[in-house]
Design a protein around this ligand. Structure first.
Ligand code: HEC
Length: 201
């Protein structure tokens, strides 16, 4: 009996000792039982534990190749139907609170059946589950996620492509941003299709 007691005491002091050892420094994370759950095995751009043996300089991130243009400075020209030329397709310089400014921007992608058709496909993938097939605000998700408006309502039937672009990019009210789901070019195409729904399909 006595032996068992001292045996248990030894085990406890060992555990206590170990936990002291593992906590002796704030920088030491102690034992990791599954290190690859903390430190990704894949090359991550923004975290790195070991030197990268493949890339020059040992970094996971490589420098952009010569001639790369930052997206903010990406400049494309589009000629609109009325002959006017829009210089900047991306309008990246608009911020979250610039809805009124963005609303003045015309759709830089010239309307064509193909552009609208592509917009329709993208709309069906990204918007229809809330906004409904004809944009009446009656998608399946709208039954649970309240407040989805009708595009052809008085409040929305006249909003511009730039307005729609901004709403997709930054969200509005109860609608979340969709910038991560659709590229700027895709957003303008969606705006062409939403324009169709604004006049009732
Ligand atoms: C999860 C559901 C949901 C999805 C997905 C969704 N929306 Fe919305 N949308 C809403 C809701 C809710 C509102 C009402 C926002 C408010 O006023 O609070 C809204 C509002 C809008 C408006 C009107 C904004 C205004 O000025 O009042 C437009 C335009 C719009 N959405 C376009 C889109 C487009 C295009 C897509 C797809 C890229 C999309 N939405 C995807 C829920 C959604």
């Amino acid at each position: 009996m006595k032996n068992t007691k001292s045996y248990i005491a030894i085990v406890f002091s060992l555990i206590a000792g170990l936990s002291l050892v593992s906590c002796n420094s704030h920088d030491d994370t102690g034992w990791e039982f599954a290190p690859n759950m903390y430190n990704s095995r894949a090359y991550e751009p923004l975290t790195q534990i070991n030197s990268n043996s493949i890339n020059p300089g040992g970094l996971n991130m490589r420098k952009p190749v010569a001639g790369t243009i930052a997206r903010r400075k990406f400049n494309t020209k589009f000629t609109q139907e009325d002959g006017s030329v829009v210089e900047d397709l991306m309008v990246y310089d608009f911020g979250k609170d610039d809805l009124a400014l963005a609303a003045n921007v015309k759709n830089p992608i010239p309307w064509s059946e193909q552009a609208e058709e592509e917009g329709k496909v993208l709309y069906e993938r990204n918007c229809m589950h809330c906004h409904g097939e004809k944009g009446a605000g009656d998608g399946k998700v709208a039954a649970k996620y309240k407040g989805v408006p009708n595009y052809s309502s008085d409040a929305l039937k006249n909003v511009s492509a730039g307005h729609i672009f901004h709403v997709i990019t930054f969200g509005k009210g109860r609608m979340w941003p969709h910038a991560a789901q659709v590229t700027p070019i895709e957003r303008w195409k969606i705006a062409h299709y939403v324009a169709r729904l604004q006049i009732g399909g």
